[in-house]
Design a protein around this ligand. Structure first.
Ligand SMILES: [Zn+2]
Length: 350
């Protein structure tokens, strides 16, 4: 069945799937209709109101694991600046397609859906292909976690993730560990701060310590060094009170071995202010694929042109690896034990 990937990209852009709140269900149903009409076996996995993932399969007739293509249909918000085009119209100007989520990653999803719909006759008699199209990637891979937990992924020989990397194969990426540091104080009237304990000052001291945090791990030859960023700081409810609670959001991008089960404890010990530390989200470092596998796929020369920036980002693929068969092409470091754990913290909890 012929699908025009540009037309399909524009159709996907018309669905507002800004995350939060996501609301990807209609977009997922649209893709499900196309794929099932093309002859793929489809299943929609709803995990929250208006939110769902899609799995579509074809082939798998000779007992070998299929090739998996995965992508997400949620997008980041529009931002504060006014857009010069309609973010949901998919206008084409000077040969470029514009809209929220065009490159990340509705075009990628449209490309592999169109490719597979055009190859169904060939794929039926091969090891086949499985498409895993997710919701909720942008805020901690919620959809991918749900699929991994549900045990519905089956087998895959290798995973191709359609994240935008300027058409260059990126064969591994860092993990992401997001932490919330919660610092407690004692509130008092702002005119009498000596009667309280100011949680904002505790947060300031913790931030200064974290600015100089050392991972004490050698750089990975492909992934480079781990990084730590303070992404959010919140304290206080009104200007004339001593804040009794402060919260710091920490984003660590890990390499194999840089985050261990004891990392949280050592992080807490290093912060003399003693914050309550909660794991918000974890995704493991992934790859790189060994050079001989790249040679087999004819990808080595392209891999060598990729950009470090693309290796720093985490994606759904790492979450799928352990739920697919052991021969999946994206591999996970054996010394990384933090996979995946619910923190008990509120939304988004995973
Ligand atoms: Zn993406």
């Amino acid at each position: 069945m012929h699908i025009d990937p540009i037309k399909l990209s524009r159709e996907l852009l018309a669905f507002n799937t800004i995350n939060p709140p996501g609301q990807e269900l209609n977009c997922i149903r649209h893709l499900e209709r196309i794929l099932s009409e093309a002859g793929l076996q489809t299943s929609v996995h709803v995990f929250a109101p208006d939110r769902a993932n899609l799995i579509a399969r074809i082939g798998e007739s000779n007992g070998k694991s299929p090739l998996c293509f995965t992508g997400h249909v949620d997008t980041v918000p529009l931002g504060n600046a006014a857009w010069s085009v309609d973010p949901f119209a998919g206008d084409i100007v000077d040969g470029k397609l514009y809209g929220r989520g065009t490159s990340d990653m509705k075009c990628g999803v449209a490309a592999f859906v169109a490719a597979i719909c055009g190859m169904t006759e060939i794929l039926r008699d091969t090891r086949g292909a499985v498409l895993v199209i997710t919701a909720g990637e942008e805020i901690g891979c919620e959809g991918a976690f749900e699929l991994a937990r549900a045990g519905v992924l089956g087998q895959a020989g290798a995973i191709v993730v359609a994240e935008p990397t300027s058409n260059v194969a990126v064969v591994g990426h860092k993990g992401a560990l997001w932490l919330k540091l919660i610092l407690r104080g004692v509130t008092a009237h702002g005119s009498m701060p000596h009667l309280g304990v100011n949680a904002a000052y505790k947060a300031a001291r913790a931030i200064t310590l974290l600015e100089n945090f050392q991972f004490n791990t050698a750089p990975h030859p492909y992934l480079g060094s781990p990084t730590l960023n303070i992404g959010t700081v919140h304290a206080g409810l009104n200007v004339n009170s001593v804040p009794d609670r402060a919260e710091i959001g920490v984003d660590i991008r890990s390499i194999p071995g840089s985050i261990t089960p004891t990392s949280s404890d050592s992080c807490r010990r290093n912060l003399a202010t003693g914050p309550n530390l909660k794991r918000w989200s974890t995704s493991v470092p992934c790859g790189p694929i060994p050079p001989h596998a790249l040679d087999r796929a004819g990808l080595r020369h392209r891999w060598q042109r990729d950009r470090q920036d693309d290796r720093n980002r985490a994606a759904d693929g790492a979450l799928f690896h352990r739920r697919f068969s052991p021969d999946a092409g994206i591999r996970q470091s054996a010394d990384h034990h933090s996979w995946p754990r619910r923190s008990g913290e509120s939304t988004p909890d995973r």
